[in-house]
Design a protein around this ligand. Structure first.
Ligand code: UDP
Ligand code: MG
Length: 323
């Protein structure tokens, strides 16, 4: 069962992050509008988020929005990154279904209806899968394959293509998730944490014809680091002491064990402490264990400050009766 029920005639928001895409914008908007018309989607808005472009992207967006009230523009003061652009789009979206799409025409807008159909079947998140991806193999496809595999194992949400921007979300999902760093690609995993029903579907992918890709290999490291955050938030956000305290107790235990071993060596084998390196291990592990437990307690304070200052609940209710 999906988290949220669908209406009959859904309003669709299409969120597009834009950074220096002046060569692509005209064709993007034209193709998108024609394609939506062809797919009989006429209840929509297009939100173009200019992520601090240094080229003419914003002028083009403004021109389009003056001619068409369904095209909305948001402009950042500087480049904050694709994740922030998508997040701003989410915050300003009015749709029941929110679709994200790249501005460089690599995603095919004619796939949108496919995603919407799956949402209507009860999914809360539908992720595109660039089955035949048109990007360089060594620097893009291979690292992405490895990353998807690791993300699947760590988060428990196995998708072929976390990196594909073409995805669809129900509004309740995106309105409840905050995004930092490179985290937009983890949205399905974050959605899974709030109980969403997720699926994926192969989508068309095209070569970038104009403009340059904004990313290289270095992104992979950011993605892996963000993965730690996602895993930590998912598993221990409300009880960090279980993680830190657990490690702390284990380290203290090892420390005590080695201290006792040193004592045994002295009593029964007559090995003096200053000649027994085991005591070093004990001295290292025990204080480290204490530190971990204290860190866990500080984290507990932070969690309380976070949840209580914003009156956040550590749970999400699906339905109620007679309340
Ligand atoms: N993008 C953005 N801010 C950035 C980098 C990229 O808004 O700092 C946008 C970019 O304009 C494009 C999308 O994010 O619409 C994906 O970027 P790109 O095509 O460079 O990534 P790739 O497809 O090569 O992974
Ligand atoms: Mg691209």
């Amino acid at each position: 069962m999906s988290l949220y029920k669908m209406k009959k005639d859904n309003f669709i928001s299409i969120v597009i992050p834009v950074y220096n895409e002046e060569e692509n914008l005209e064709e993007l908007v034209k193709e998108l509008k024609t394609s939506l018309k062809f797919q009989k989607i006429d209840n929509y808005e297009i939100i173009l988020v200019d992520d601090g472009s240094e080229d003419k992207s914003w002028e083009i967006i403004r021109k389009f929005s003056e001619k068409d009230k369904n095209i909305k523009g948001i402009r950042f003061t500087r480049n904050f990154g694709q994740t922030s652009a998508i997040y701003a789009g989410f915050q300003n979206a009015n749709g029941d279904i929110i679709i994200t799409l790249d501005a460089d025409l690599q995603n095919d807008p004619s796939d949108i209806k496919k995603l919407i159909k799956l949402m209507e079947k009860g999914y809360d998140v539908v992720s595109g899968w660039r089955k035949e991806r048109k990007d360089p193999f060594l620097t893009r496809i291979l690292p992405s394959k490895i990353a998807n595999w690791i993300i699947g194992i760590v988060t428990g949400v196995k998708l072929h293509d976390y990196g594909c921007t073409l995805k669809a979300y129900k509004k309740e999902i995106v309105k409840n998730i905050k995004l930092y760093g490179e985290m937009h690609r983890f949205l399905p995993a974050l959605a899974h944490m709030v109980g969403a029903k997720i699926t994926e579907i192969p989508v068309n992918h095209r070569e970038r014809k104009r403009g340059k890709s904004k990313y290289g290999l270095s992104r992979t490291f950011k993605v892996i680091l963000d993965l730690f955050t996602v895993k930590f938030l998912g598993a221990f956000q409300t009880k960090p002491i279980y993680l830190f305290g657990g490690i702390g107790i284990m380290l203290c235990f090892i420390g005590i064990l080695f201290a006792l071993w040193t004592l045994y060596d002295k009593i029964f084998l007559n090995v003096w402490v200053h000649k027994n390196p085991k005591i070093l291990i004990s001295f290292m592990f025990f204080p480290m264990g204490v530190q971990f437990i204290l860190m866990g307690l500080i984290a507990e304070l932070l969690v309380r400050a976070y949840f209580e200052s914003q009156d956040k609940k550590p749970y999400i209710i699906k339905e109620k009766t007679n309340c």
